[in-house]
Ligand binder design. Structure first.
Ligand code: GLU
Length: 280
């Protein structure tokens, strides 16, 4: 299979040095392998996506010397695909609507009996409050979750990681998912899909073989690999790279305009200067 990777920024702010590193690394890996490099615009959250940030993404990437193969894929063009995939999945009976708000989940998680983990790496573990509800009874404003007790099997998937910190194979277990995440979200209220569900469908639709992205998304790979497996989609190889941090060791954020690629460009830096700054 042709090595195919992608860069998938959200158009909710300027690209910064962390994005430059991720895009340059993925692009370099694809070109070295004689493979394909795709660009996807992760504009799932329409309340935050802005056309001017999307245009700036194209400008910044071109300036960095990055070329992408084929048309750009925008998540907002695929909301119906996500809805259809959810309906297909729901026919297996493991998808249920959930009306719990974050504070309800926090409260229920903190009331868990001793010895039962209440928080995972991404926050409170969903305690299953709405599990008795049926997909058909979904109300507007509900999220959709996958019932892990029903979806986990005796045989579970694993994924291969080539990044520096977690190189090797990672077996997913029902116990890990239940003790770190709880029933994962497939669709957020008012949105066609959750981040984890949408990227799995997008990666499969575009025949991605390698996902190259920041270390902060490593734990998300467990959920994404599990969704792939549950829907019978092909597995991908992951490569989670180091994060670019500021002087105080904090990872760069979208609002960190000082490290925006556009700021470096405006200050007269060259693409080579940016490569050097990110250690390439
Ligand atoms: N859109 C995600 C982000 O900007 C990345 C998606 C992914 O690489 O899976 O963090």
């Amino acid at each position: 299979m042709t090595f195919t990777t992608r860069f998938a920024p959200s158009p909710t702010g300027p690209l910064h040095l962390g994005h430059a590193y991720s895009a340059l690394l993925a692009h370099g890996m694809a070109r070295a392998a004689g493979g394909r490099f795709l660009l996807r615009i992760d504009d799932l959250d329409q309340s935050r996506a802005r056309a001017h940030w999307e245009n700036q993404i194209y400008d910044d990437l071109r300036w960095l010397g990055i070329t992408w193969d084929g048309p750009v894929r925008r998540q907002s063009d695929h909301f119906d695909d996500y809805r259809h995939a959810l309906e297909r999945l729901s026919r297996k009976g493991a998808v249920y609507p959930c009306s719990c708000k974050r504070r309800d989940i926090e409260a229920a998680a903190s009331a868990q009996q001793e010895g039962v983990p209440s928080h995972g790496p991404d926050g409170p573990i969903y305690p299953g409050t709405c599990r008795h509800r049926r997909f058909e009874d979904r109300q507007s404003g509900d999220a959709l979750r996958l019932n892990l007790d029903m979806a986990c099997g005796a045989k579970m998937p694993s994924f291969h990681e080539t990044g520096p910190d977690h190189t090797g194979d990672h077996q997913i277990t029902g116990q890990y998912l239940k003790s770190c995440v709880g029933d994962p979200v497939l669709a957020r209220p008012g949105m066609a899909a959750s981040y984890n569900f949408s990227v799995v469908l997008d990666d499969a639709a575009t025949e991605i073989t390698h996902v190259v992205r920041g270390e902060d998304l490593f734990t998300a790979s467990y959920i994404q690999c599990f969704f792939q497996w549950d829907m019978g989609l092909p597995a991908v190889t992951y490569h989670h790279h180091r994060l670019i941090r500021d002087e105080s060791g904090k990872r760069l954020a979208k609002r960190d305009d000082a490290r925006a690629i556009a700021t470096y460009r405006a200050d007269g830096a060259t693409p080579q200067d940016v490569r050097r700054l990110v250690g390439l």
